[in-house]
Design a protein around this ligand. Structure first.
Ligand code: BG6
Length: 480
C-alpha cells in the first residue's frame, strides 16, 4: 500500500505578522496587523488608525523570530523539518509599499533566515503576503480596492524573486486569498478599511468593493506566477486557500443545494480562478444576485489564463454544517466563519469542530477537481497549554489531533491523492490571527509570552515536539 512520498515535505508553518515582531526595526514600516490590538475568544480585537498609547499591539513583538531565528531554525532542524513555511513581511522590504527601491536591511534579514534553513537542508516555503499589507496603502488607496496595488505588489515580488532566486524554490502568492469573500477579509487580507478604527468584526463592508479588491489580488497573483514562470523556471508557484469544509446538516435537498452554493463561493471560487485561469460560471449568478459588477481591464482575462499555479495549498482546521431550517442555529466557530454544529464531532476550546476524516474527504474532492499536487500548509489545534513547574508541557490533546489528521492524510494518499507535504500551523507559538491572543497556542515549541505582553520569550519543547520528530523520522509511519 502507498505511503507518503519519499520527498514528502514535513515541516511547520508561521507568518511574519504573527511571529517576527521587530515591527519598526531596521527600516520596517507598519503593516495592517501592526495596527491591530489584542482581543480574546469573547472580545474581538480592534484595528486602530492611530497608535493608542497604553494599548497592546501583539504583532509588534509577537514571539520575536527576528531576534531568535537561529535558535528557532535549529529547533525545527532538531525535529527533522524538511520544510519551513514562513512569510516575508512586505513592509520590511517596502515600508510603505510605494518605494521604488527595496529596503536593503529587510532583504538582508531574509538572506540570513534562508541561509540558516539551507544549513540544515530545510526547504523554505514562502508566502509572499500573509495577512498584512503596508498600512500606508490602506490610507493611500483603501488597500486592494486600488488597482495600483497590483503594481506595488509586483515590485515587491520582483525584488524578492530576484534576491532569493537561489535560496527559495516554493512560493505562495497570498495567504488564504478566499478570506476576501467574507467581511473578515476587509482587515485581514484586503486592507479595505481606510480611516476605520474599531472591532475587526464590524468593519464597514461593501461586497462590491470587497470583490473588486479580490479581483485585483487575482490579477496580481496571476501576474506574479506568470512572471516567475518566465524568469525563474525553477520556481514552483502555488496558491493558498482556507478550506472550510461544509456538510449538509440533513439530506433535505434544500440543505444540499445551499451547501453546494456556499462551498462554491467560499471554497472553490478563488482556487477555480487560480488553477483554471478564469472566473467560474456559478459566480455570474452570485454577482448578479448580489448586485456586484467586477470592473476588469481588457487584459485581465488573459492575465488570469496565463498565471495558473503549479500546486494547490490550503489550510484545514475544521468543518461545519449548513442548514436551511431557521430553527437550526449556527453555533460553531471556525477560522473566519462558523456554521451549524455537527452532532458527530467534538470541538476545540474555541469552538472549532475537529474533523480528521473531513481532511481525507477534502483532499479527495480537491484532487478530483484539480489533478495538481496538493499540500496541507496549515492544520492544528489551538489550545490552552499548561506550563508545569519543571518547565514541561504535556500536550497530548495536540498530539491526538495531529495524529488523526495525519492518519487521514495517509488514507487520502492511498485513495490516489498526490500530496506533497504537511506544515502544521504555528509549529512554534505565535499570536492568534483571529483573536490576537497568545493563550491560543498551536506549537510544538512553547514561547514564554502572555496576553498581557509579559514573558521572557524563552523557548521550551512540548511533548508534541518529541512526538512530531518521530513522525518525521518514520515518514509518517510511526504515529504512536
Ligand atoms: C489561518 C491563518 O486562518 O488560521 C493563520 O492563515 C492563523 O494566520 C490560523 O493564525 C489559525 O487561526 P487563529 O485565529 O487560531 O490564529
Amino acid at each position: 500500500m502507498k505511503g507518503f512520498r519519499k520527498d514528502f515535505l514535513w515541516g511547520g508553518a508561521t507568518a511574519a505578522n504573527q511571529y517576527e515582531g521587530a515591527w519598526d526595526v531596521d527600516g520596517k514600516g507598519p503593516s495592517v496587523s501592526d495596527m491591530c490590538t489584542n482581543g480574546s475568544h469573547t472580545t474581538p480585537k480592534r484595528v486602530t488608525r492611530e497608535f493608542e498609547e497604553g494599548t497592546l499591539y501583539p504583532s509588534r513583538e509577537a514571539t520575536d523570530f527576528y531576534h531568535h531565528y537561529q535558535e528557532d531554525i535549529a529547533l525545527a532542524a532538531e525535529m527533522g523539518f524538511k520544510c519551513f513555511r514562513m512569510s516575508i513581511a512586505w513592509t520590511r522590504i517596502f515600508p510603505t509599499g510605494m518605494e521604488k527601491e527595496p529596503n536593503e536591511a529587510g532583504l538582508a534579514f531574509y538572506d540570513k533566515v534562508f541561509d540558516e534553513c539551507r544549513k540544515y537542508d530545510i526547504e523554505p516555503l514562502v508566502t509572499i503576503s500573509h495577512y498584512e499589507m503596508p498600512y500606508a496603502l490602506v490610507e493611500k488607496c483603501n488597500g486592494w480596492e486600488g488597482r495600483e496595488c497590483i503594481e506595488y505588489y509586483m515590485n515587491y515580488c520582483k525584488a524578492v524573486f530576484e534576491r532569493y532566486k537561489d535560496k527559495v524554490k516554493y512560493w505562495l502568492t497570498f495567504n488564504e486569498i478566499n478570506s476576501g469573500t467574507m467581511p473578515m477579509g476587509n482587515v485581514l487580507s484586503l486592507g479595505t478599511i481606510k480611516g476605520y478604527t474599531g472591532s475587526v468584526m464590524e468593519t464597514p463592508d461593501n461586497p462590491q468593493i470587497r470583490f473588486q479588491a479580490l479581483h485585483h489580488q487575482f490579477v496580481a497573483s496571476a501576474l506574479a506566477v506568470q512572471y516567475a514562470h518566465i524568469h525563474y523556471p525553477q520556481f514552483m508557484m502555488g496558491n493558498m486557500c482556507i478550506f472550510a469544509t461544509m456538510y449538509p446538516y440533513t439530506c433535505n435537498p434544500d440543505d444540499i443545494i445551499e451547501t453546494q452554493k456556499q462551498m462554491q463561493m467560499m471554497n472553490w471560487f478563488s482556487s477555480d480562478i487560480h488553477v483554471r485561469g478564469y472566473y467560474p460560471s456559478y459566480s455570474e449568478r452570485f454577482f448578479e444576485e448580489n448586485h456586484i459588477t467586477i470592473r476588469k481591464e481588457p487584459e485581465d482575462d488573459e492575465i488570469l489564463k496565463k498565471g495558473t499555479v503549479d500546486f494547490y495549498t490550503f489550510s484545514y482546521y475544521m468543518s461545519n454544517c449548513v442548514s436551511t431550517d431557521p430553527e437550526v442555529k449556527a453555533q460553531s466557530g471556525g477560522n473566519l466563519m462558523g456554521g451549524v454544529t455537527n452532532p458527530y464531532l467534538k470541538a476545540s476550546d474555541w469552538g472549532w469542530q475537529i474533523d480528521p476524516k473531513g481532511l481525507r474527504y477534502t483532499l479527495n474532492e480537491l484532487y478530483g477537481r484539480y489533478q495538481i499536487p496538493l499540500m496541507v500548509v496549515e492544520n492544528g489545534l489551538g489550545a490552552y497549554d499548561k506550563l508545569e513547574e519543571d518547565g514541561s508541557i504535556h500536550d497530548d490533546y495536540r498530539i491526538g489531533y495531529l495524529r488523526e489528521h495525519i492518519r487521514e492524510m495517509k488514507e487520502a494518499v492511498k485513495d490516489g491523492v498526490d500530496l506533497m507535504g504537511y506544515t502544521p500551523w504555528g509549529w512554534i507559538d505565535v499570536v492568534s490571527a483571529s483573536t490576537g491572543e497568545m493563550a491560543k497556542r498551536y506549537g510544538f515549541v512553547y514561547v514564554d509570552k502572555y496576553d498581557d505582553g509579559t514573558g521572557d520569550l524563552g523557548r521550551r519543547k512540548k511533548d508534541s515536539f518529541w512526538w512530531y520528530k518521530k513522525v518525521i523520522a518514520s515518514n509518517g509511519e510511526d504515529l504512536d
